[in-house]
Design a protein around this ligand. Structure first.
Ligand code: ADP
Ligand code: NI
Length: 222
């Protein structure tokens, strides 16, 4: 069965309700509001880049339903569950495959690990997800995640680690401040769309300002 325009509204509405339910009590930075922000950003970027907004919205909604960090590093769970969900709604196979492919490649896997996307829609959703890790929201999420993981906020004796493999990134035991140097400040150059890059530059500058101030206060100099 292939979904017509009216079916699309139904699929989106059912998917939103499903994801809200799945992520309702997450405290790791992947709560429903992260999904909602990524969807808004992805639609905004997708509109200016002229992407297929149906695929963009579905992939944004489903991109975090089964993160590898909470499934023993298994990156296949998210794409598989998304595909099962969309199939249960009778969505056409090409859309199912496209969304699953985007979800399989959306996640960050370490500074030295390439995460290419094969379609414009993939680039749009990946950019939106990465933007939500930057700026004021990104700072808030990073400290929320650090508390959830029980890691120290900062330790000036521990230098940031370059992660040149997905294994090294996955098994890291770091500090929250180091996460800015190991990941967040590297993101702006890894966004793919012109619209995403423009938004990232502003969010990057704001984070840099926060970190400069943080270190001044840490040393009692401000
Ligand atoms: P995404 O939604 O881009 O896949 P992640 O799952 O990598 O993001 O992370 C969710 C949030 O938690 C992000 O804001 C990210 O910066 C933050 N985070 C991830 N790993 C760490 C870490 N080791 N220390 C602090 N924050 C982290
Ligand atoms: Ni995400």
């Amino acid at each position: 069965m292939s979904a017509g325009v009216s079916d699309r509204a139904f699929v989106l509405q059912q998917t939103e309700a499903h994801v809200r339910e799945l992520l309702s009590d997450d405290a790791s930075g992947h709560d429903w509001w992260h999904i909602d922000r990524v969807r808004q950003l992805a639609l905004h970027i997708g509109r200016s880049e002229q992407a297929d907004l149906y695929v963009v919205e579905l992939a944004a909604l489903l991109h975090d339903i089964a993160d590898w960090k909470f499934h023993d590093g298994d990156i296949s769970v998210g794409p598989r569950r998304s595909a099962e969900w969309l199939a249960s709604l009778g969505v056409e196979q090409a859309t199912i495959d496209h969304v699953a492919d985007i979800i399989a490649n959306v996640s960050y896997k370490g500074a030295g690990v390439a995460t290419p996307t094969s379609t414009l829609e993939g680039a749009v959703v990946q950019d939106a997800d990465r933007l939500d890790a930057l700026g004021a929201i990104g700072i808030a999420r990073t400290f929320a995640y650090g508390g959830h993981a029980g890691q120290p906020m900062h330790d000036p004796t521990l230098p940031p680690q370059p992660h040149d493999s997905f294994d090294a990134y996955k098994n890291t035991k770091g500090t929250t401040i180091n996460h800015f140097y190991e990941k967040l400040l590297l993101l702006k150059d890894r966004l793919q769309t012109p619209t995403g890059r423009k938004l990232a530059a502003e969010r990057h500058a704001f984070m840099q300002q926060f970190l400069d101030r943080f270190h001044l206060e840490w040393r009692g100099e401000a």
